[in-house]
Design a protein around this ligand. Sequence first.
Ligand code: PLP
Length: 439
Amino acid sequence: MNPINTLLQHDIDHLLALDSAHVWHPYASMTTPPPVYPVISADGVYLQLADGTQLLDGMASWWCAIHGYNHPVLNQALNEQAAKMAHVMLGGITHPQAVALCKKLANITPAGLEKVFLCDSGSVAVEVAIKMAIQYWYSIGQPNKHRMLTLRSGYHGDTFAAMSVCDPVTGMHHMFQRVLPQQLFVPSPRSKFDQPLLEDDLLAMQQLLEQEQHSIAAVILEPIVQGAGGMKFYSADYLAGVRTLCDAYDVLLIADEIATGFGRSGKLFACEHAAISPDIMCVGKALTGGYMTLAATLTTERISDGICNGEAGVFMHGPTFMGNPLACAVANASIDLLLSQDWQANIIGMGQTLNDVLAPAREIPTVAEVRVLGGIGVVEMREPVDMAALQSNLIKRGIWVRPFGRLVYVMPPFIMTSTQLRELGEGVVAALRELAAQR
Ligand SMILES: *Cc1c(COP(=O)(O)O)cnc(C)c1O
């Protein structure tokens, strides 16, 4: 990276003053703005701060930047597409990048998911999935099947329907109670990843399905990895059991693979751990390798036929920027790039390194549990972390990790070398040890 590409201190101060006056950050106060760090460029696995500091990126910008930053192949895809056509409406028009992407997604996702609806972001993909499920049942003459059944500790996005299936406590449902659709919740699975199903773990879901099957349109869940709602990894047997229950009670299964999709859990899609196909699946986040906002909702011919043979005859949704060619082009390039490598061996190696390097955190008295799956490493603390203190400690070590609640976790770009992964993990452990000693 170019070391001359930095800002003077007084320009940095000006930037931060304008930021705190005008830029509302995610889940942040505008009244007492939290510290933010100005990043002016990013390359490979490093973010460069305005003062020239390089940070090793443990977050892949919220699961997205799987190939790292400033990747020549993705840059080229974007530039070539920009020179042809940056955008065109998808209503009544098609274009090669959208066609290629939908075909590719149908090919690589679990069997049966053949119909692809492109949309703008993960939350919208979840809205679309929920609308598909409801419109399907309505269209085939069962309008009472409109509720969602979901797991506690889930996270599905921040728009209204998506929020209605997020964990009610962390999603602060009480504030939105008057307008949120009331959904059905069962406890988060207790059966851990790589372990068999614990007796009774599916009982609550079975009982609710037994009682409420005539009002339930779909079960919606994050397969195997519950992400932003708790970073929990659960048993493939549980997921397989949910599929069986959905079939038995004639309820659809929506798999939200927005965080897990494209290799992160060690399979291309987390549903593969249980060898199941959902009726509807959402992808997003890593879809474009972190370049553009894009997501997709996939479904089966049974669902698309049900909807399109029904009252409306069409699916009632159509985003303005649907199938944006720049986003589709970079998604096509990102998926091809992923599949051109031995990505699975790489993720397994990442998991082994993360396991090794995070293991010593178990001896820190403030740490409750350490767990790793695929390219995800989680240190769960006993108490919520002091985010500002931990983050400034990590930044001094040249590391970018953003904890939330009791969770300190990493999900680095897939291109991170094992030496860099060690540096990342050791830095996290050292920071947690130092903060524990200061208590
Ligand atoms: C991030 C996420 C979403 C929401 O995606 P956005 O692009 O932020 O709207 C939905 N579901 C899961 C599992 C996610 O991790």
